[in-house]
Design a protein around this ligand. Sequence first.
Ligand code: HEC
Length: 86
Amino acid sequence: MLSLMVFAMSCAKKVAVSPAPVLTDEMAAAKETYEANCQRCHHLKNPAIFTALEWPRLVDKMAPKAGINEEKKAAILSYVLAFAKK
Ligand code: HEC
């Protein structure tokens, strides 16, 4: 039993130090929405080229072009803000 616990704990530790960034389900879905709607006219813009102050205005301007609803717009905004220029 003790060895089982040690095994489980060592696994948990490995997950914690994993270098791969973990996207939540919500973020992964937002990323898909971004990729599906925002590269029809131009290449997909790297979220890191604009700051969190600049993105809302840009997404407001692009949403009508992309013909997306408020829900998709909000998802896209949350995605780009998460990776915006610091
Ligand atoms: C119908 C075509 C079209 C779609 C779809 C589109 N864009 Fe654009 N986008 C443009 C055009 C044209 C420009 C450049 C002219 C301008 O700024 O209006 C642009 C410019 C931009 C810029 C500014 C780039 C810069 O270097 O200044 C960003 C950021 C951007 N788009 C993001 C998005 C996002 C996010 C989406 C998805 C919601 C999107 N675009 C969907 C046509 C589109």
